[in-house]
Design a protein around this ligand. Structure first.
Ligand code: AMP
Ligand code: ZN
Length: 472
């Protein structure tokens, strides 16, 4: 079955076809770095990671942009309260975000633009809108007039009926169900970060930031735009209005939104006070791979409850996969694994092919991870029983290759040190030496280099553990 995604814009499952054959351009709204990113945010980022990995698994080349929102109302407020410049304030949370993302096996995106590095592009976009006559100025700030864009509401289905012409909003986030003209350039106020330029001293609005970075790095029209459901309105609705008003072309063609991670009946959110960071779970002894498993195991369009029971079950599932991996490794000889790509062990290879077809069918159907995992566990049971019956080594090698291929999408198998390439092993040793000498700057630098080469390092009481972030 061909790949289909539920498109928030059309409200149905659409057949996926990128603008450019073989290549997918993907924009994912990234974290606002005013605090430690919580596991609710990571539910969305992991959905995007599985999306990216599955697109690559399906043979597409992917260019993914994830922005880092490093200036907005909240950041300015909190940095001021802490008495630090916003650059220093956001640098630390950005670093922690990358650290957690690596521990969760999130494949690095191709670009991580920081909003503060794209201000000239944002000013240019705002000026383009001004030239088109879809903005107006009040007290030095520039607002987008939503009544000027006939398609306003097409993403969220918001009713414009009650919108008063000229009702404005300055804050980056505002009430749902209440469409208003929104600020794209905010006049400078005492004590706030500001930039100078053609629009006068001020700073960009949050919605404008994403539009400018997306179009700068992916082009005026691109394939997929994602985020959590809370981004649909106003953030994504406003991104569409600005971008399409400026270019006269469709902005993103497929809009995918993840439902929230909830605790009890409340969404996990800083403002509710029920957030958990990855670090909190690790301190309680959780395995980051189990957290990853937990957060990808439900379908992304279903709300998901976080409970410690669910985490324990995820941990057990990861353990069962590791056991199968170990058993297959032991059963398959090393040369057999090399040859397994071509090896066809009649009936035994058939099992792997059938399971692969079902695995793809599940993920082709709007990224149905629970169904794909059910296929994996069905395979696991069958393989154990055939191994019990003493199948030939070549069959075990075929199954081992299948399991590892699936892990290019799932990312829940742990690499043993023996599977780390020589070059990475050498970097790991060097990092251990740096740590032993308490040279943490050097060890952080080495961690970065290792990560750039596709491996995440995690320090545990038993020593460093590595995880393959990449595909093959
Ligand atoms: P923020 O840092 O607030 O901009 O959020 C980063 C991403 O996390 C956005 O795509 C949000 O939609 C998403 N998000 C926020 N809270 C949750 C949650 N409880 N569950 C899933 N995704 C969330
Ligand atoms: Zn965004």
């Amino acid at each position: 079955m061909p790949l289909r995604f539920h498109n928030t814009l059309t409200r149905r499952k659409d057949l996926f076809e990128p603008l450019e054959p073989g290549r997918v351009r993907l924009y994912t709204c990234g974290p606002t770095v005013h605090d430690r990113v919580h596991i609710g945010n990571f539910r969305t980022f992991l959905f995007e990671d599985v999306l990216r990995r599955y697109l690559r698994y399906s043979g597409y080349e992917v260019t993914q942009v994830m922005n880092i929102t490093d200036v907005d109302d909240k950041i300015i407020r909190k940095a001021r309260a802490a008495g630090v410049p916003i650059g220093a304030f956001t640098a630390e949370f950005t670093r922690l975000f990358f650290e957690d993302a690596a521990a969760l096996g999130i494949e690095p995106a191709e670009h991580y633009p920081r909003a503060t590095e794209y201000v000239p592009e944002m000013v240019r976009l705002a000026m383009r809108l001004r030239d088109r006559g879809v903005t107006y100025e009040r007290d030095g700030s520039l607002y987008f007039r939503i009544a000027s864009f006939p398609g306003y509401g097409k993403l969220s289905g918001i009713d414009l009926g009650g919108a008063r012409d000229g009702a404005r909003v300055d804050s980056d986030e505002y009430e749902k169900e209440d469409p208003k003209d929104f600020v794209i350039w905010k006049a400078h106020r005492e004590g706030e970060a500001w930039w100078d330029g053609e629009l006068g001293p001020g700073r960009p609005g949050w919605h404008l930031e994403c539009s400018a970075m997306a179009m700068e790095l992916l082009g005026e029209s691109f394939d997929i735009h994602t985020g959590g459901v809370d981004n649909v309105f106003p953030h994504h609705e406003n991104e569409i209005a600005q971008s399409e008003s400026a270019t006269g072309r469709p902005f993103a063609r497929y809009w995918l939104h993840a439902q929230h991670l909830v605790v009890g009946d409340r969404k996990m959110a800083k403002s509710v006070g029920n957030v958990l960071a990855l670090r909190d779970l690790l301190e309680q002894g959780a395995d980051p791979l189990a957290v990853r498993y937990l957060l990808i195991a439900a379908h992304y369009r279903s709300p998901m409850q976080f409970t410690t029971d669910a985490l324990a079950q995820a941990s057990a599932a990861v353990g069962r996969l590791a056991d199968l991996h170990g058993r297959l490794r032991a059963a398959a000889g090393a040369e057999e694994v090399e040859r397994a790509g071509e090896a066809d062990v009649a009936a035994e290879a058939g099992l792997s092919q059938r399971a692969e077809a079902s695995f793809r069918e599940a993920l082709d159907d709007d990224l149905n991870t629970p169904r794909a995992l059910a296929v994996v566990f069905g395979f696991l049971r069958e393989v154990h029983s055939r191994l019990d019956a003493g199948v030939p080594t070549a069959a075990a090698a075929t199954w081992l290759v299948r399991l590892r291929e699936w892990d290019r999408v799932l990312g829940v198998l742990r690499c043993s040190p023996a599977e780390v390439p020589q070059g990475i092993a050498a970097l790991l040793r060097e990092r251990e030496e740096a740590r032993a000498q308490r040279d943490y700057a050097r060890s952080d630098e080495l961690r970065k280099t290792i990560q750039e080469r596709g491996y995440a390092v995690e320090d545990t009481p038993e020593g460093p553990r590595v995880k393959n972030l990449g595909a093959t």
